[in-house]
Write a protein that binds this ligand. Structure first.
Ligand code: ADP
Ligand code: MG
Ligand code: ZN
Length: 480
């Protein structure tokens, strides 16, 4: 029987503030900072301390909420979520429960089957926990992360495949980076996913029992874990069994989910309003200001690139993923006052430049090739001054030395030769040297043509204009 997955994602994103959510401790990079080097009595959960809300974190939360089209509540309430675990010094986490920061948004995602709209249920503020490291004979506790501001973004169960789950996660990550509220650095654990997965018979409305896979730290883990759960649950139902509602972990090595605990219900957390914090008020003028400061978001940018620059949607979508790439593209296209062919610029960025970034291990901003310099190179190729292959070599050289395309072409004598007299002469020489191939071409073996073309290009040290060479070859082969 065909089963259909129903998925809702909970995403935890650390907010890139200077200080923690409820105290003045610095937010530090845990991959470099010494353990417990950014801790005070508040985030260590000492009795008698009082939390103070980080206004910047609230503002970042509002930015995200507005970008996702949510309604920001004029009053939201912090609540204590009580549970006991050694990484939670207070014995409760300050979160938001019945009255979250914002609700009812949506995120449009791009999938292989087209566009899909995933509704957002809620966006709320909370604090991160500390970090436990288990060693032989005990566990080590690092509280640097305790109290770091977290934004939890919860979707409605609108996601229908592992592919959509990943597309949703990626789209969200791009937005967080555009809004400059999160580095998007997955290796550092600044974005974590929880996948709620159930399956149901295709055509039925009612949702099945779900499991919740915790702490997925990469898109790969999100995809694999979701696929695994869909398969596992479908099999149970096919065999007439029932899926148990539980919280699962994901084993990244064995690629299986494993039971962590049977699902806790909200009442197990004994939520109640945080008595040490007043309700959080967000007035209209604050909202208006934050809204006015929102940057153009990836989707709007993509649509603009398609209309203004006549780019195929697929190229535009890739260019806007990172704001730095989109800005680079626009700077290249709008070099000086004239417009360089946008499609060519896009091709060079998405193909050659991305390739260079990978091989050199550099980001776009580290790359020595500035947008204006790329535009110049693209113009040299488009204008037939150098051919595509030479262009690639020149680009590599530009990334090495930081010199301009024009300088490199002049210094190395790479200028493409379109002179028909010169090309006619090397074609003539080549045909003379390869009588066998010429004969077999004339007796109908047309594939030889490409080989002959290669010989001519080699003779011209790659500098001959390929278009002119092809025409001349055809002419001489047909002629004499
Ligand atoms: P919690 O996990 O804290 O109990 P909720 O019950 O609100 O919170 O659900 C959390 C997530 O689970 C949401 O993203 C929601 O869309 C998703 N979800 C709820 N029920 C199902 C279901 N039957 N199948 C798949 N996802 C579900
Ligand atoms: Mg949950
Ligand atoms: Zn602190």
């Amino acid at each position: 029987m065909p089963y259909e997955p129903v998925i809702g994602l909970e995403v935890h994103a650390e907010l890139a503030t200077q200080s923690k959510m409820f105290c003045a401790c610095a937010v530090v990079d845990n991959t470099v900072a010494a353990p417990n080097s950014a801790v005070c009595p508040v985030c260590a959960g000492m009795p008698g301390t009082l939390p103070v809300v980080n206004q910047r974190a609230v503002e970042m939360g509002i930015r995200v909420a507005l970008a996702l089209g949510c309604t920001v509540n004029p009053v939201s309430v912090f609540a204590r979520k009580n549970y006991f675990y050694p990484d939670l010094p207070k014995g409760y986490q300050i979160s938001q429960y019945e009255q979250p920061l914002a609700e009812h948004g949506q995120l449009v995602i791009q999938t292989s089957a087209g566009e899909r709209t995933i509704r957002i249920r809620r966006v709320h503020l909370e604090e991160d926990t500390g970090k436990l490291t288990h060693i032989e004979g005990g566990s080590l506790l690092d509280l640097n992360r305790a109290g770091v501001p977290l934004l939890e973004i919860v979707s409605e169960p609108d996601i229908r495949s592992a592919e959509e789950a990943v597309a949703y996660g990626e789209a969200l990550r791009h937005i967080l980076r555009y809004l400059e509220v999160n580095s998007g650095n997955m290796e550092k654990g600044v974005i974590r996913f929880e996948a709620n997965v159930s399956v149901r018979l295709v055509g039925t409305e009612e949702m099945g029992t779900r499991t919740e896979v915790k702490n997925l730290n990469s898109f790969r883990a999100l995809e694999r874990a979701t696929l695994y759960e869909i398969k596992r649950q479908s099999k149970i139902l096919e065999e007439g069994g029932t899926v148990e509602q539980e919280t699962l972990g994901w084993d990244d090595i064995k690629e299986v989910t494993y039971s962590q605990r049977s699902k806790e219900d909200a009442h197990d957390y004994r939520y109640f309003p945080e008595p040490d914090l007043p309700p959080l008020k967000v007035d209209k003028s604050w909202l208006t200001r934050v809204r006015a400061e929102l940057p153009e978001l990836p989707r709007a940018k993509m649509e603009r690139f398609v209309t203004s620059y006549k780019l195929p949607e697929k190229d535009a979508a890739r260019l806007v993923e990172e704001k730095a790439t989109a800005d680079y593209f626009e700077q290249a296209v709008n070099r000086k006052s004239e417009t360089v062919n946008p499609k060519s610029i896009a091709n060079w960025i998405l193909g050659e430049l991305f390739g260079l970034m990978k091989t050199r291990g550099e980001s776009l901003s580290q790359l020595k090739v500035r947008p204006e310099a790329l535009a110049e190179l693209v113009e040299l190729v488009a204008g037939g001054k150098i051919n595509q292959t030479t262009g690639r070599e020149v680009l590599a050289e530009m990334s090495e030395s930081g010199k301009s395309a024009g300088e490199i072409v002049a210094a190395k004598g790479l200028k493409q030769v379109s002179d028909s007299g010169f090309i006619a002469e090397i074609v003539r020489q080549t045909l003379e040297e390869c009588p066998g191939e010429v004969t077999s071409f004339r007796s109908g073996k047309e594939t030889v043509l490409n080989w002959l073309f290669g010989q001519v290009m080699k003779k011209a040290a790659g500098k001959a204009n390929p278009q002119v060479v092809r025409e001349e070859l055809a002419k001489q082969l047909k002629g004499s």
